[in-house]
Design a protein. Structure first.
Length: 238
């Protein structure tokens, strides 16, 4: 739900991936001032921390009107999360499914911590709206990506900080094809080009080969989801 009546500014949880870049474009379309926040949590795909800088640079260059709205970028070190997590996103281990049925790419508490720290920054910056790229349509079953989880967290943060905190998730009910479509609606071919060339999604951090949908190993769950969504998007465009 768009909540521009609450605040004309927003803080976007920005990893430098396809989803968060689309959310950033969405926020820049709807709000007068947008800031970004990223987290270094010991992720295996550390390259995303470099890619996010390139994405921000490309957006400023290709979209001057958005560049005027784009404010400070905040980067927080949450390396402790990687140290206490036993997952394939934070350790050198093969991607597999745990006994719970969840893939071992799930980092317990990650989004809960991200939003809590983002809310702390937003409180200091007087930003009451947080934007995240979580999705319950095309996802791996991560419980901290669910709409109900984030609605509950929104209430907890608002109560705990004694100010209204709003969490907006523009991609919550979109599949990957629809996410590509939204990006095109927001920024046309220029934004699609940035997403393909500059963003990073691959869990293994592979940027050796540029595919039609972007860089990646073309085998991990993140690459498979991104590439299949792009193929469906192109088929519909034809």
């Amino acid at each position: 739900m768009l909540n521009s009546e609450i605040n004309s500014s927003a803080l976007v949880l920005f990893s430098g991936g396809q989803d968060s870049t689309t959310c950033l474009a969405w926020a820049l379309t709807h709000f007068d001032k947008v800031e970004t926040i990223g987290f270094n949590y010991g992720q295996r795909h550390q390259v995303e921390m470099t890619c996010r800088k390139e994405v921000l640079k490309s957006i400023r260059k290709s979209f001057p009107n958005w560049g005027e709205k784009l404010g400070d970028d905040h980067v927080l070190d949450l390396d402790i999360l990687g140290k206490i997590s036993d997952t394939s996103l934070t350790q050198d281990k093969a991607i597999s499914f745990a006994k719970s049925g969840l893939p071992n790419t799930f980092v317990p508490g990650r989004n809960l911590l991200f939003f809590t720290f983002a809310a702390t920054i937003a409180y200091r910056r007087s930003l009451k709206l947080l934007v995240g790229g979580m999705c319950e349509t095309d996802y791996s079953g991560y419980p901290d990506c669910r709409d109900n989880t984030l609605k509950s967290l929104q209430v907890s943060l608002s109560l705990g900080m004694d100010v209204p905190v709003v969490i907006d998730t523009p991609l919550m009910w979109l599949d990957k094809r629809a996410t590509w479509e939204l990006a095109k609606e927001l920024g046309g071919e220029a934004l699609l080009s940035i997403i393909v060339k500059d963003t990073h999604t691959c869990y293994l951090g592979d940027r050796t080969t540029l595919h039609s949908w972007g860089y990646g190993c073309n085998q991990c769950p993140a690459c498979e989801l991104r590439s299949s969504g792009f193929l469906k998007f192109m088929q519909k465009s034809d």
